[in-house]
Ligand binder design. Sequence first.
Ligand code: G3P
Ligand code: CA
Ligand code: CA
Length: 303
Amino acid sequence: MDKLDVIDAITNGNYQLETTLGKLHILGSSCKDIQQRYGVREDGLYFIITTNGVVYQTFCDMTTAGGGWTLVASVHENNMYGKCTAGDRWSSQQGNNANNPDGDGTWANLKTFGTPEGATSDDYKNPGYYDIVGEDVSIWHVPNDTPVKKWSCDSILQYHTATKFLTGHGGNLLNLYKRLPVRYNAGRCPSNHGPSIPIVYDKGDAETTKNLYGPNARGQFVPGYITFRVFNYERGAMALCSGTKPVRCHTEHFCIGGGGYFPEGNPRQCGDFPGFDWNGYGTNRDWSASKAVSEAAVLIFYR
Ligand code: G3P
Ligand code: CA
Ligand code: CA
């Protein structure tokens, strides 16, 4: 079955899809592909087909900087008080354990979970994360439990890379993190950090980015970048500093995702939003992040 056959099957062969979803049955290998082939300009949920023929639905941002952005994942913190417990899919759901240095391994494996509509209420990862070959990454920080239609309007920060850096890292984050594992003690700060890519802001700015994190944490980074795979002083690994480039090594207060072990304050830094609550949850004092960023899902797009 080639792509056009699948389009036929969905538009003509499945009455219920046609009835309930109206015009939303066009299909492409990514949101960019859909935009190019059908001239679509409207944000919303679209059907994507993988190279293996798996069809899934996800959100397409068809407007930002020309559009064509495919939502592939969201990192959501369901409970800052749970330290590598249930829901910490982007770090470890198996406790803070030096014998499990990769944690759940989500950044570099083929597991998928969640739903596009639930991407601000729980973690989300679709096959596009590993199947799409993209050039750039876009990130939206969207308050938890925001419905799809209000994501863009209500997001606190939106930005994207424009250097086509993914081309040099295998075209997607799966390949990037295979080469740069998010693993406790796999390297040190700062010599083994992954790339820091400059960003173009689509909503908010460098000042907005700074103020989302604690006053002490602000001295640890410069805003205006996305940085991949970093470590902290104790060699705890984190996947993504979204909006920042670390210049010092207390990275646990502004970088997200992680391996399975964070030595400092064991187990207090283990989780999807590692040390965001170091001086109290949502206080935005000392090292603590603001409530706004602690309660916003990080939506990751490729184009
Ligand atoms: O990351 C901050 C931590 O390493 C030190 O925190 O509590 O001594 O200010 P504290
Ligand atoms: Ca989570
Ligand atoms: Ca620290």
